[in-house]
Structure formats: C-alpha cells, structure tokens
Design a protein around this ligand. Structure first.
Ligand code: ADP
Ligand code: MG
Length: 341
C-alpha cells in the first residue's frame, strides 16, 4: 500500500536519507528505530506529506504523493494519514470533547474503546500523560485513516502507560498500517510485525512484504471548525485578551507620541532656521564667487578666488526692486590672513 522508491532527503546539503526503498502492507505495526538524528522523524514526515522529498517517489495505493497540489494534500492529510506525536499536540484548555469535535462528532465509541469516555468533559491540561496520548490517538483515528503515523508516542510516558499505548496501537494495526518511531527496542521487539532500522541515512534491515491493490477513492476534505477555538479564546481567556488589548493600545499611543514629537521637532527647527537667517542682510554684488576649498588659490602670499562663476546682470529692474525694499543696505569686508600677513 505504501511504497518508497529511491527516496533522498537533504537539509542544507546534509543528506539525511539516502536512497530509501520500502514496500509496506496495508495492515500491521511497523517500528522505525535508530539513534537520535538518524532521520526517523524525517521519514515519517515525508510519508505523512508534511515535508517534501529531495529526490525519489512515495506511492500511496499506487498514487504518487510526492507532488500533490494543495487540494490533494488536504485530502491526503484528512483521509489517508493520522498523526500521533510524543508531545500530543492537543489543545490544552479544551476538553477531550471539544478537542475531538474539531474533527468529527461521532467519537463516543472510540472513547469507550480507549477507556477515556468518562473523562470526556475534562480539560486536556488535567489529564495524565497516558490519557493525553490516548486522546491524541483517538483524534488521529477519528478520521479513519489508512496509515497511522506515530512519532515516539511513548517517549513521554511511564512504562505502564507505554505498554497500554502500544497495545492499543497493536490492536489498531489489525485494520490499518501503523508506523511507530521509537527509541524503545523492548517495545519495538514486543509489538512490531516489522522493524526498520535507519543507520547513516539508509535502511539497515530491508523489509519487503507483499503489496495489496486497494483502489484510491478521493473524498472531500473536512473543514476544521476553527471558529470554536476562536470563540473559546474570546470567552474564556478574558484576562489574556484584556492584556493583549492594553499592550496593543500602549503600542499605538507610543507610536502616536513618537510621530507627533517628530513633526513638532521638525516644525520648530524650521522656525528657528527662519528666525536666525532673517538677521542677515541680503547682499548683491556684480561678481558671485564660488568659495569652496578648490576655488581658493594661494600664490606668493596672495589669496584670491580663481573661479568666478557668475557675473550678475544688475539692470534697472533689480535696482528699482532694491530701492523699493526701503531699507538701509550695508556691506561687509572679509579679511584673509595668510602666514601672518
Ligand atoms: P530523528 O527523528 O531520527 O531523531 P530527525 O529526522 O528529526 O531525526 O533529523 C535527522 C537529521 O535531519 C538531523 O540531523 C536534524 O538536525 C536534521 N533535520 C531535521 N529536520 C530539519 C529541518 N527542518 N531543517 C534542517 N535540518 C533538519
Ligand atoms: Mg525524531
């Protein structure tokens, strides 16, 4: 049912999986073992369509799932694969009931089967690790997936909860393919139909089992009732919402203050410039000179401007205009002192 053909995966030129070939049946419990960082989670994520292969192909019921479009990927996530993580990934402040009704409302029989029916209305944050993991499994199988992918599902559990979880997964593997990443060789040995060891990016013990030819039926992906989470937040997280609103308001006020100080500062500088420059008289001479460093020449103890840029044309109009100003015009003498002369 699940085939991996020459699958490679690298992250930033670090080849994590090198030429993985697998052929897995539609039922049974497969354990993936290997040292930390060997690529177990990477393999699981590729199979679950959470990450893309670098090279190679993965087939689910003969359909290549390596290059699905968004719609097909939604279908794959909603109908074909279920995920169970070590950290449960449940919404802590919702009850079991609310966590599961985000997916589907017909879950009573699953809760009874998993022995958590009486905890239905309890918030997830109040459950034990083993109970949380059972809720996570319930959520994953509620979609009735064909493959259940579990990334270290017993990693955070004590021995007795780990055994209960593995027994549950074993039972589920009678009707679906269950792939379990685990560190625990004892559990792997006890419960698995097959064990795959990943070492140096390759499969150490290659398994080949016969394939079935189930046809692929494409269904409509279910829409997640996201509004439930939003309305819960609004209703039950008043304190947090209030704090967020206050901090947002403070941010806005601060932004306003900075902007108005900036504008006021600019205005006052402009005013200051106008006032101070107004003190100086306007002088008009026949020659305008350009007195920057390179336009002043010093030769034989004399200094003179050598680059006379412009000769002003002082005609009748300018003189008339100047006389109209009706003010006492004055002039200034500049003295240059070079080498004490
Ligand atoms: P395992 O689950 O066996 O402990 P992983 O599959 O998580 O190992 O990781 C295998 C290797 O790939 C590690 O070296 C890890 O650092 C690297 N890796 C995993 N995911 C990413 C990522 N998203 N970006 C870069 N490197 C990653
Ligand atoms: Mg991992």
């Amino acid at each position: 049912m699940l085939k991996l053909k020459h699958v490679f995966k690298d992250y930033n030129n670090n080849m994590v999986l090198k030429d993985i070939n697998l052929n897995l049946p539609s039922k049974g419990l497969i354990s993936i073992v290997g040292v930390s960082g060997s690529g177990k989670s990477t393999l699981l994520n590729l199979v679950g369509g959470l990450d893309k292969v670098t090279k190679g192909n993965i087939y689910f019921n003969n359909k290549n799932i390596t290059n699905l479009n968004t719609k097909e990927l939604n279908w794959y996530h909603n109908k074909c694969v279920g995920f169970v993580f070590q950290s449960y990934n449940l919404i802590d402040y919702l009850s079991i009931n609310d966590n599961l009704s985000l997916i589907n409302n017909n879950f009573d029989y699953i809760l009874k089967k998993l022995d958590i029916y009486n905890l239905k209305d309890k918030k997830v944050s109040l459950l034990s690790g083993g109970e949380k993991q059972r809720v996570a499994i319930a959520r994953a199988i509620l979609k009735n997936p064909k493959i259940l992918l579990c990334d270290e599902p017993t990693g955070a559990l004590d021995t007795s909860s780990s055994i209960k979880t593995m027994e549950l997964l074993k039972e589920l593997s009678n009707r679906m393919l269950v792939i379990v990443v685990t560190h625990n060789m004892d559990l792997a040995n006890t419960y698995s139909d097959y064990i795959i060891e990943i070492k140096d990016g390759k499969i150490n013990s290659n398994i080949k089992v016969s394939d079935d030819n189930n046809k692929l039926i494409i269904g409509k992906p279910k829409k997640t009732k996201i509004y439930k989470i939003a309305s819960y937040h609004l209703k039950h997280k008043r304190k947090r919402n209030l704090l967020i609103s206050i901090s947002f308001a403070i941010g806005l006020i601060a932004l306003g203050l900075v902007l108005s100080i900036n504008i006021g500062f600019k205005n006052s500088i402009t005013k200051e410039e106008k006032n101070s420059l107004a003190k100086y008289p306007i002088t008009i001479s026949k020659y305008s000179t350009y007195l920057e460093d390179n336009s002043i020449k010093q030769e034989e103890n004399q200094i003179y401007a050598y680059d006379i840029n412009h000769i002003n044309i002082i005609d009748k109009t300018i003189v008339n205009n100047l006389e109209d100003i009706n003010n006492n015009l004055s002039y200034k003498i500049f003295k240059y002192n070079i080498n004490n002369r």
